[in-house]
Structures are given as C-alpha cells and as structure tokens.
Design a binder for this molecule. Structure first.
Ligand SMILES: C[S@@+](CC[C@H](N)C(=O)[O-])C[C@H]1O[C@@H](n2cnc3c(N)ncnc32)[C@H](O)[C@@H]1O
Length: 183
C-alpha cells in the first residue's frame, strides 16, 4: 500500500539507533517490526507497542520472535491497552498511528475518533522536542471519516506546528498519511 510505504520511508529517514518509539496501533506487528529494525541495538533504543486486542499482540509477538534476535526482542514492551494512556517518564522521538481495524479482523474493534484524538493530544505532550507524530487515516469507513474530521479540527488549532498531509488529489476518501513535527 502506497501510504504504508511512504510512512516507512519517512520513519527510516527520521529514526536513528537508540531512539524510543511508540507504535500506538500494533495490529499484526508489521510496523512494530519495521520500527524495531530502525532503532534497536542490543544496548539501546526502546519500542512500546499498544493494541486493545490480545490476538493482535500475539501475532505481533510471533512476528518479532521470528525476525529479531533475543537481545532486540527484550527491548520491546507490548501493552494490551488502549493508547489513550502512555507509560510515565518516557520521551519518544516518534509516535505512530495506523488507524482503523485489523485487515480481516473484527470491524467493531476499530480505533475510535474520541480516544484517537485524546491519544494524539497526549502523544504531542510526551514527544521529545523535534519529535514526529505519524498518523495514517482511513476515511473510507464511517468511524474513519469521523476520526479524520476530529483530527483535522484539532490540526487547525496548531498553527505553530509543521503539519503535512499526503493524500490523492483526484480521489476522495482514500487512505492518507499525516506527519506533525513538534517544535
Ligand atoms: C490498522 S490496524 C494496525 C496495523 C499495524 N500497524 C500493522 O503493522 O499490522 C489498527 C489496530 O488498532 C487497534 N486499536 C483499536 N483501538 C485501539 C486503541 N484504543 N488503542 C490501541 N490500539 C487500538 C486495533 O485493534 C487494530 O489492531
């Protein structure tokens, strides 16, 4: 998928070994694994990955075990919890959201506009200065459209931040990719 590929290119360019990163929507763990390969060394870097579904975290864990050596696996914390609350005293360089529901999973277990907004607002607070918030949105389903609208209202209240939106010009309601840079 184009937006996922674009997100990965931007993360890879931004990240350095040793950074702390939050994957706020772990899902099947594809993004968690990608992020882990960018920042983890046996002695540095940390990933916190969140999902409300135990099944999703099981899949993520299997993917990490199959693809990373144990010293890197040990530097990843999987949280079976909503991303509305983050662990205390962490200062991540990048926080990523791949919103919506698990492909092929329960459509009712989608991210929800109000909690997504609350989480993104918290994320902006705890990001390190110069840190990046990355959000992939899917406005083609009902809750995704509400999420987009609520997030865009919030973005309009943040005129001092650099906010970029990569979306198709000639098609509506397609997945798109947003970054916010904390000054
Ligand atoms: C599109 S999927 C993520 C895909 C994933 N990044 C990957 O690489 O496979 C969205 C995930 O968000 C999870 N989710 C929904 N609401 C959530 C919440 N409040 N907090 C954390 N995760 C949530 C869903 O369970 C689902 O697994």
């Amino acid at each position: 998928m184009y937006h996922t590929h674009l997100a990965h290119l931007i993360w890879k360019d931004f990240l350095k070994p040793g950074m702390t990163v939050i994957d706020a929507t772990a899902g099947n763990g594809n993004d968690t694994l990608f992020l882990a390969k960018c920042v983890l060394t046996p002695n540095s870097g940390w990933i916190h990955a969140f999902d409300i579904q135990a099944e999703a975290l099981k899949t993520t864990q299997k993917r990490l075990i199959s693809n990373l050596p144990p010293p890197l696996q040990a530097r990843i914390t999987l949280h079976e919890a909503s991303h509305e609350t983050f662990p205390p005293n962490i200062c991540p360089s990048l926080i990523v959201y791949n919103l919506g529901y698990l492909p092929g999973g329960d459509l009712n277990k989608t991210t929800l506009a109000a909690s997504t907004l609350k989480s993104c607002q918290n994320a902006l607070q705890i990001l390190s200065p110069g840190g990046l918030l990355s959000i992939t949105i899917y406005p083609g389903h009902t809750e995704g459209a509400v999420e987009k609208s609520l997030l865009f209202d919030w973005f309009s209240e943040l005129p001092s931040l650099q906010i970029f939106h990569h979306a198709p010009l000639n098609r509506s309601n397609q997945p798109s990719f947003i970054t916010l840079r904390k000054s």
